[in-house]
Design a protein around this ligand. Structure first.
Ligand SMILES: Cc1ncc(COP(=O)(O)O)c(C=O)c1O
Length: 384
């Protein structure tokens, strides 16, 4: 059996969600826009499932669209800058963002004459709010904020940040990447002064290729995708009712078990940290434990190469990652690690251990024993 510790990259589909997916595929495959009974039945399932996803973030269904995942959600949220009039052509973002934010900003800079400016971040992965506020000027149209960073798991105080921005200028749009917090931490979009927030299904044991976007003001929304007018004209394309139903089921389970999963994961996280500290010398934990999601541990081990460690561990069916899998297409050090200023002798030995609902505390001893064994071997190889 694999010990899968790469749940921030993606997760196994929940068994109940899988069974439900197949059931809906078999029985409710009609197009929910169709006027016949089969279409209406599919539409009922679709609407019920959207409500379950909305409940998880306390949103109304008219403020929520289904997307193909976090990437589309981030692109679409940031795209909203194009609806602003006049000279509002500047996006404020940070190096803590996922490539689906940063590369979309780069695209807008190259193709849409949008100006991108980066606000500062602190060594622990938090946003430098003072610097962010100081960079707001008459050109600022949109600010992006990462709720939970995918590599180190730092949880930003969205409410404090958004209130401070809106206090300076309440016409500035705020887009939040909510992917790594969705279904794991309590989110109430009504308490956050934000305009859009993206979510993904496959990070919480739901089907892949699916997610959502919260939209505060759907009446002013600028779609990214046009077509048959589905989803109130906000995001066209025939709805994938079976996957959406499965996603809805996943959201229902996530909501039901959120607190239990959080506390269980916190315990697992602590066990891993304690064992790692006890068994490996010259190890640092990146981020700031107090403000970090228990679902992610990011650490750097001196004088090893994480890629080698990962391949050693896979021989024992242990799977961790050397950073965000979604960004491993980029060679070199991720922009998040740039902001953390990890020293050179540690940075190449950076790994991420991330937990999901199937992670077990009992595995910690075996995993750390293997990491410790391979670290010694790699150091011997590198130092000889
Ligand atoms: C923080 C964050 N944002 C966005 C994404 C992209 O989400 P998706 O894979 O659903 O497109 C990811 C995926 O790793 C992520 O971790």
């Amino acid at each position: 059996m694999a010990i899968y510790l790469d749940n921030a990259a993606t997760t196994a589909l929940d068994k109940e969600s899988k069974d439900y997916l197949i059931e809906i595929y078999n029985e409710y495959y009609a197009n929910p826009s169709a006027l016949h009974k089969m279409g209406l039945d599919a539409e009922k399932i679709y609407k019920k499932s959207i409500l379950k996803a909305c409940n998880l973030i306390k949103a109304k269904s008219h403020n929520f669209i289904i997307t193909s995942g976090g990437t589309e959600g981030n692109n679409t949220g940031i795209w909203q800058i194009k609806k602003l009039k006049g000279n509002k052509k500047k996006i404020l973002t940070s190096k803590l963002e996922h490539p689906s934010v940063l590369n979309y900003c780069n695209f807008l800079k190259d193709k849409e004459k949008i100006y991108i400016e980066y606000y500062g971040t602190n060594d622990d992965g938090s946003i430098d709010l003072e610097d962010l506020l100081s960079k707001i000027d008459k050109y600022t149209g949109l600010v992006t904020i990462p709720y939970v960073n995918s590599e180190i798991g730092f949880v930003q105080d969205i409410r404090k940040i958004s209130e401070s921005i809106k206090r300076l200028n309440d016409s500035i749009l705020i887009h939040v990447d909510g992917v790594q917090g969705f279904g794991k931490l309590n989110i109430d979009v009504n308490e956050l002064d934000i305009d859009t927030m993206s979510f993904s299904s496959h990070k919480i044991h739901g089907p892949k290729g699916l997610g959502g976007l919260y939209i505060k003001e759907p009446g002013k929304f600028l779609p990214l995708i046009y077509g048959g007018g589905q989803q109130n004209n906000l995001r066209s394309g025939t709805e994938d009712v079976p996957s959406i139903a499965s996603f809805g089921k996943t959201c229902e389970l996530a909501q039901r078990d959120m607190e239990k999963n959080y506390l269980r994961t916190k315990k697992i996280n602590k066990r891993y940290r304690d064992l790692l500290k006890e068994n490996i010398h010259d190890i640092i934990f990146n981020g700031n434990e107090r403000n970090t999601s228990p679902y992610i541990i990011n650490l750097s081990i001196k004088d090893i190469k994480s890629e080698v460690l990962i391949h050693f561990l896979e021989m024992d069916h242990i799977y961790v990652s050397s950073g965000s899998a979604c960004s491993s297409n980029y060679k070199g050090i991720s922009t998040t690690y740039d902001t953390l200023k990890i020293s050179n002798d540690y940075v190449e030995g950076t790994i991420r251990i991330s937990f999901g609902r199937y992670s077990k505390e009992e595995d910690a001893e075996f995993v750390v024993e293997k990491i410790s064994k391979y670290v010694k071997e790699i150091r011997k190889m590198i130092r000889s």
